[in-house]
Design a binder for this molecule. Sequence first.
Ligand code: ATP
Ligand code: MG
Length: 493
Amino acid sequence: MVKPSQENEKILEEILNIDPQEAKPKSETVGEPQGIKTKESEINFNILPEELEEYLNKYVIGQEEAIEIIATKVCTHFNRMKIEKSIPEDQKILGNIKSNMLLIGPTGVGKTYIIKLIAKKIGVPFVKADATKFSETGYVGGDVEDLVRELVHEADGDISKAEYGIIYIDEIDKIASSGNITGPDVSRTGVQRNLLKLMEDSDVDLKTPHDLASQVEAAMEAQRTGKVTRKKINTKNILFIVSGAFSGLEEIISKRLNMQSIGFDKTRKNFSTTQDILKNLKTEDLIKFGFESEFVGRLPVHVILRDLDIEGLYKILKNKYSTVVLGKKMDFKSYGIDLEFTDEALMELAKRAYNEKTGARGLLTVFERALIKFEKKLPSTGVKKLLVNMNLLNNPEEVLEKLILEDGIKKFQKEFLIDHGIYLNFDEGAISKLADISRSTGQKVKDICNELFGDYFHGIRLMKLENFTIPTEAVDNPKGFMDDFIKRNYIKQ
Ligand SMILES: Nc1ncnc2c1ncn2[C@@H]1O[C@H](COP(=O)(O)OP(=O)(O)OP(=O)(O)O)[C@@H](O)[C@H]1O
Ligand SMILES: [Mg+2]
């Protein structure tokens, strides 16, 4: 393995914030290739489990138990690395097992979200990939070692920083073998083997002959430091977090627990029972699921994430850090429209999202479904505010039609006022008739109004009026109505 250079060690101490008094002199540091300069790093290795837990709970809803474990193990991992730096080489524990983690939970409940938040908070380089994109040979998809090289890329070519990164691999359940020995399973097992090498302690070549990007990376590093770069990156301190939905795992566990298969009564299979069963997870269940024992052996921390219920989804929407509501507000704001939601509407959206069975992802789906027509039509109107309430959710077409109608009328009123100094109003019956005409002819309300009442200013001026309410009957017979009106009132005057 590659030992960091003295200079590098010094810099790492700075990053790791080790008190020079505490740091014992290192007798065994070996002069590997010199000159990896780590720039002033923002890596925050001083963070404590409860601090990280509190931070995560601000953003993530309903995963308190999972967060407790994840926050603790991540902090311990980084703090352990910090302390290891101060232990002389000859006193270091050999064959240390890292806190690599396995996250199990259904789709859209926060697995990726939690890890992304952590990487951002700690400021370590972070790489995410799907296990399905790898093949044993690296021909089809990628080579698992590419992940390590990507970390260097994420660390702007800073190898030392990359060696303290987080690699997150999703859909890990897809590389479990299903028990067959031929076909894709051979490759899946191969990917597991390749991964487990990395998960422990191995050196990865920074440059690959076929990988132009890594060559460029190396060149950049050389340019930056002015020195020849180290060619390998060691994975000893890289934290690996893998995740998946693991459907079918609860059956394996319940079988082992000698329970009746939970499949016997589908109606009773609610999320709490699935959760309760998963809590009994043992390594042997994962092996049965199709993982090599060596592979699961390198994932000592198991975390179960909960399914989100309606209340949880509602809380996500009410959370001031939630990107779902903020994102949708931004979508509308980009057209100058202020979007507001009533609590009742948010609860209704949470209910609809729950039925999607895709966790918090369902929220995005139902938001799009409920608002897409408004997002398309309202930007071409003068509507500046949209209140999403139960009426809008239950009668979206009517509400949208009404908004467009009112907007058309407003536009006509505005122009009429500007052109003639007269404020025209419409009674309810007139408005509803205008809506009927618009619906049957497909014409815009403003154009209809112009056609019907565009010359009303003559008569109204004659009456010396500054405002005038158009009644229902005027829509049927605009000219006749105005003639009548003038006759009746001009005489009075
Ligand atoms: N528990 C939660 N609290 C708050 N927001 C959440 C939660 N779970 C998911 N979200 C929101 O939903 C988005 C998608 O979730 P995420 O990517 O974490 O899903 P996942 O669990 O990794 O699912 P998959 O198995 O499909 O990858 C997140 O970016 C976040 O905005
Ligand atoms: Mg994910």
